[in-house]
Design a protein around this ligand. Structure first.
Ligand SMILES: *Cc1c(COP(=O)(O)O)cnc(C)c1O
Length: 394
């Protein structure tokens, strides 16, 4: 048989055994499926980032996990926020965030939503097109704008390529247009792709920023900010460098290109702040074989693509999966969710290895599910309710 991803992995890569025991006890009497969010873990990740990139301003990408308790904790720690819609804006204001501490980072927005955000005090916007620059000039006059450059997303497990950003030549024109229309051309942003495992991708993007800073300066426009985006890793099956190396290398790239004249630095982490803090708790619904001599059993869980695991599309993100059962044997399986849609298969090409006697009712713990799970799940498909989150305070 080919190599498979074992259920009996080295737990210490993802949590401490003591912490896991406590979370299991916390989860024991709750009806699956749900995610336990270890909020202290997020707080620790935030502190780590502050320590490793002390010169940066952290704008948490709210979409990664918009749970009120997470947002309140981060507001309390002085974090800033990158919002993508007026709905996230309303949520943040309701929770007590200040408009000054938010950026409207979505380059795709309705004119009336720009006006709404401006009216509530938002003065920092991302853009990547002429139409949007004109909408901003009209509905958010005088605001600071940053321009998103295109990256190709290579090296990332969850690329965001193509849809966002524009070619540097187009960005150059937009910078001049924004200045002409009375906006404040403030800086350049990019996103190298989510769960980016190639640190060198930041090097290319920062070099492009340098080029645009110089080109704009020649026309008398002084850019002052670089937004390094997200892309920092969480701990899935595929290994990554640690955060310390990411931050050290990025700092070096900035020094190489900007020397002592470093601009203001923003970062917009989502996944890396909240991913590791989530443990999804699921239950086996059914184990079956399609024919007697089939090599692989199918294991159906009570959570699947529509219940929060959409990032298993194309088997892009491979979650560490732990099955809580002693077993003398193991077997390789195809793992699927509970809904009546045939795309609701989690892993078929990638084989997971589970205890041979896995059976209905076994609890299955899916690690690193704090990011892009509750916010991505469907509301009522087949009548299944949206994924619940329980906040755990250790
Ligand atoms: C989603 C997003 C982020 C967060 O990316 P991660 O890879 O989850 O850290 C940051 N900035 C923007 C503009 C985004 O759309």
């Amino acid at each position: 048989m080919e190599d498979a991803i074992s259920y009996a992995f080295d737990l210490e890569r993802y949590t401490t055994p003591e912490r896991f025991e406590k979370i299991k006890a916390f989860a024991a009497d709750k009806e699956t499926p749900f995610v336990v969010v270890d909020i202290d873990r997020i707080s620790e990740k935030y502190d780590e980032l502050r320590r490793l990139l002390p010169y940066s301003k952290v704008y948490y990408a709210v979409k990664a996990n918009p749970h009120d308790e997470i947002l309140k904790m981060l507001i309390g720690k002085g974090c800033r926020f990158d919002i993508a819609s007026v709905f996230e804006l309303d949520q943040m204001l309701r929770l007590g965030a200040r408009a000054d501490d938010m950026s409207y980072g979505n380059t795709i927005k309705k004119a009336r939503h720009i006006a709404y955000a401006y009216d509530r005090g938002i003065r920092l916007f991302a853009t990547d097109s002429e139409e949007d620059v004109r909408k901003l000039a009209e509905n958010a006059p005088g605001s600071r704008v940053f321009f998103r450059i295109l990256t190709d997303g290579s090296g990332a497990d969850w690329p965001l390529s193509r849809k966002f950003g524009a070619h540097p030549d187009t960005i150059y024109r937009l910078i001049l247009l924004a200045a002409e229309l009375g906006l404040d051309p403030y800086g350049i942003s990019f996103h190298v792709g989510s769960q980016q495992r190639d640190i060198g991708q930041w090097d290319h993007a920062i070099a492009t920023c340098r080029y645009l800073f110089d080109a704009a300066a020649q026309e008398g426009v002084r850019l002052r900010m670089i937004n390094l985006g997200g892309g920092f890793p969480a701990s899935y099956v595929a290994p990554t460098h640690d955060m310390e190396l990411y931050c050290r290398e990025i700092t070096r790239f900035l020094e190489e290109d900007f020397g002592d004249h470093a601009p203001e630095i923003l970062i917009e982490p989502g996944r890396s702040l909240v991913g590791d803090a989530g443990i999804m708790v699921s239950e086996v619904v059914l184990v079956s074989k399609k024919s007697e001599f089939n090599q692989y059993s199918w294991v159906y869980l009570d959570v699947g693509k529509f219940g929060g695991l959409i990032e298993t599309i194309d088997e892009s993100i491979k979650y560490p999966i732990f099955v809580d059962r002693e077993s003398a044997t193991t077997k390789q399986i195809i793992l699927a969710g509970p809904t009546c849609d045939s795309m609701d298969i989690l892993y078929e090409d990638t084989k997971y290895e589970v205890p041979g006697e896995i059976t209905e009712g076994d609890r299955v713990y899916i690690f690193t599910t704090g990011a892009y799970t509750t916010s991505y799940c469907s509301i009522n498909f087949n009548g299944f309710p949206p994924l619940k989150a329980h906040i755990y305070r250790g």
